[in-house]
Design a protein around this ligand. Structure first.
Ligand code: UDP
Length: 425
């Protein structure tokens, strides 16, 4: 990993195969036998069912992160599951990023050209998707219209929305509704995220989760983490703050820099590392990265680590473990996997009060959720001065994540839903 390196992303096309094999029993000490035994039963009941997960990028962002480990896990339980990635031009991803923002509440002037670009790409992708599956799980708006273009079909279709679509731009929402209503079930992270005014056949609320056994989250000795961070040029005799996320206005990296500068007035030695990349389906990131790089150009304590579609899992793990505090100052958020990732590593997190972030915070620690740059700086200063509080927060966070936000729970929710759809009653 190099400081301030950026490479343009390629768009991924076609089928993405999970090549990892996972030992199911390794989850038992983490989540208990009861849950794993139920998963084995559910998988037996669903034996022979062919599942297809569908999204628009193999690289960057939470959905790709999740699917890259989730598919191998489904396969480990003996289920037949594939991950398919839809085709798209840069023009298509510019439109879908605008739709994503509009469903998250940004105003948007929906044009005829937008509709045409979106629908043409979905129609083309629909022709390429195999019809052999029993259940299709389509993630997010990019490929939501595929179900419409497939037409009459005996499979069950689930639309899995990862974003907060509770107050969408009305035109974009109107445009999407018929496509979404064609699904057999919708899944949102939490009830508050539901797109208003939908005629729904069935809805489930299922938060995402992290894989504690993935390279991103596995145990690494702290001394090793510190050595690796020092090798990248950071001075670990001084405090280090870290934010890991795509370079996206909703993640507010420029707000994080402003908060860090306020902290620096009181703690001159403090350092900030912004670790991130661009999702393959997110063309907006390059502009933000340029602004961040301008900020970093004259500040030796501000590090920007970036790479094609995101810094690697091992490096993210090392920085999350080796820093003093994690910041995730999102303004709008879907779930925010990085929060669970950090808490799982017993790292305290100061985060924006947005989307699925508050539910990941352990009870008694919601005072570290912030709405402004000033609040963020204030909470960072508070925790930097109190190593004992940082330890307590971290331990409470890990236990909360263990109970609620690890992969086996997500798998149970999803398999129960599939079972109910295929075998109602
Ligand atoms: N991530 C990464 N490298 C980066 C930036 C992010 O591996 O340079 C990972 C991060 O660890 C997390 C995911 O990408 O697993 C981001 O998911 P999240 O839900 O936090 O945000 P999203 O990008 O989906 O909005």
């Amino acid at each position: 990993m190099e400081k301030r390196r950026s490479i343009r992303p390629k768009i991924s096309v076609g089928r993405h195969a999970g090549a990892v094999s996972i030992n199911v029993d390794s989850y038992r000490p983490l989540v208990g036998d009861e849950l794993i035994d139920e998963l084995i039963m559910l998988a037996r009941e669903l034996s022979g069912v062919r599942i297809c997960h569908l999204n628009s990028t193999a690289l960057g962002g939470g959905v790709a992160e999740l699917l890259s480990r989730y598919l191998p896990l489904l396969q480990t339980f003996g289920l037949s599951a594939d991950w398919r990635i839809i085709h798209g031009t840069r023009e298509f991803f510019v439109v879908t990023k605008a739709f994503h923002n509009a469903l998250q509440g940004a105003q948007y002037d929906l044009t005829e050209a937008d509709r045409r670009i979106y629908l043409q790409a979905n129609e083309e992708s629909a022709k390429l998707i195999g019809r052999e599956y029993d259940v299709y799980i389509v993630h997010d708006p990019q490929s939501a219209a595929i179900r419409h273009f497939i037409g009459e079909n005996r499979a069950k279709w689930i639309w899995r929305c990862h974003i907060d679509s509770s107050s969408p731009d009305p035109n974009v929402s109107q445009f999407f509704k018929p496509f979404i209503e064609a699904y057999d079930a919708l899944v949102f992270t939490m009830p508050e995220f539901l797109l208003p005014g939908l005629q729904i056949k069935r809805v489930a609320f299922i938060p995402p989760a992290i894989d504690p056994l993935a390279t991103k989250n596995m145990e690494i000795p702290i001394e090793l983490c510190k050595r690796a961070i020092a090798d990248s040029g950071v001075d670990l005799t001084r405090p280090l703050l870290v934010q890991v996320s795509r370079f996206d206005p909703w993640k507010d990296p420029l707000g994080v820099i402003r908060a860090y500068r306020l902290v620096k007035e009181a703690v001159p030695g403090v350092q900030l590392a912004l670790i991130g990349g661009m999702a393959g389906d997110d063309p907006e990131g390059w502009h933000i990265l340029e602004q961040i790089e301008e900020e970093a150009a004259n500040d030796r304590d501000l590090y920007v680590f970036t790479n094609l579609a995101g810094v690697g899992s091992m490096e993210v793990n090392v920085f999350q473990r080796g820093c003093d505090l994690i910041i995730q100052k999102s303004i709008r958020e879907g779930f925010g996997l990085v929060v669970s990732e950090a808490l799982w590593k017993e790292k305290p997190v100061i985060a924006g009060r947005a989307g699925g972030i508050p539910m990941q915070f352990p009870e008694g620690y919601h005072r570290y959720l912030v709405d402004t740059v000033e609040e963020c700086a204030d909470r960072v200063l508070h925790l930097l001065k109190r190593p004992g509080d940082r330890g307590d927060f971290g331990r409470a966070g890990r236990e909360h994540v263990r109970k609620h936000f690890l992969f086996p729970r997500l798998l149970r929710n999803e398999l129960r839903l599939i079972k109910d759809l295929l075998h109602p009653g």
